[in-house]
Ligand binder design. Sequence first.
Ligand code: SF4
Ligand code: SF4
Length: 444
Amino acid sequence: MHKKSPLNRRHFLRISIFGMLGAGMATKGGWAREKEGTRAHSRDIKSLSPAKIKDYRILGRTGFKVSDLAVGGVQDEGLIGTMLDAGVNYIDTAESYPGHHRIVGKAIKGRDRKSIFITSKMLMEKDTSKEGLVKRVRKALQELNTEYIDCMMMHMPEKVETLKTEGFHAAMQQLKAEGRVRYVGVSNHGSFWFRDPQETMDKVLLAAADDGRFDVFLFAYNFLQMDQGKRVLEICKKKKIGTALMKTTPVFKYYIIKSLVERLQKEGKEIPSLYKEGLTRFKDKLDRAEQFIKKYDLKNPDEIREAAFRFVLANPSVNTVCCSLKNYDEMERILPLSGSKFSDRDKATLAVYKEGCGELYCRHACGMCEPRCPQGVPVNTIMRYFHYFMAQGREKEAMLKYAKIPGARADLCRECPGYCEAACPYNVPILGMLHLAHDQLSLA
Ligand code: SF4
Ligand code: SF4
């Protein structure tokens, strides 16, 4: 199937996003379905016979038997439906995913509702009074076209303090009593902003475990970013909290990034010298990574991605892994991973990848370098949006999110020697990556 590169799509996206912003439609649904590859244009869906889910695990104290692979942020109702047909029974959505509640609502229409576990999430912004949150959940129920939500999560609380939001807990109590919400959960992939560098993902989630009112956690964990997630998994096991993972395959699309760097160099525009230096440092690491990839015959990024999936599935404390699939091809590659075992070859593959390419990954839920930025640029958040753009096919959403960052963004990095890069304990060539991210995500 022909796949358009994000580079080619950017111009179109930029124009359409300007249109949406201008029309005040930035958060309204509908556009997600235009996305590349999310429709099976060139495939006869009826001819698909994807692998079936082979492993189900108990989701902590909820007692629900969930498939080891889950639907996470998939933007097409047909694709979600096919995954459900294959035995996937956990769907993750959120109020802040544009149009996603309605997409899920269409995908579950006519199915046995009791056999599916749906989680949604609410950011602790807008109206967080009890009444406000009850109203927001009722709207979600309507959009999802369901009588109840299995688990309503507090979406990315940035501080321990936020976990105590009174209106949230009062609203959940009422909605539980009404049978509209069955369980309460929390999601986290690190602080949005450097102003709270001490409020790390594990600190917030360990506090949520102590709080006792949260039954399911959704968080980041992968073979390159293990420490925080490990601590969270341990406490979840002890307290019988259900675990769903995200950001599990940090396999950088280095060929795409490489062509981006080359394009910028070829454009011949005047590039500030600090910008050039940052890109050069990034490209050096990219070239080194490429040598590793060739030496160890890791030319197929799918193989690395699959090993990364098997790595997290091998942990018995992991209940389910959310898959943000872009299209049917990806689904056909990922579903056979259900129930598969992490092999010695997988272990070796990931070790080689980590050695050769690990420095190209800005760790999810990190942000350790951010206090060093004199401009207050939210480095880790920007890199997360870049990940949505480059790796998850969520280009429009990523650009919109980037446009809405309050305060400093990565355009300020052009004139900076990269204090953040010097502070990164993982040697990520972040200055060059910030330049690239700004180039791709900005509307100007
Ligand atoms: S650049 Fe390094 S320190 Fe900064 S957020 Fe990324 S991984 Fe963490
Ligand atoms: S490059 Fe400079 S301005 Fe940009 S995030 Fe790093 S320290 Fe801040």
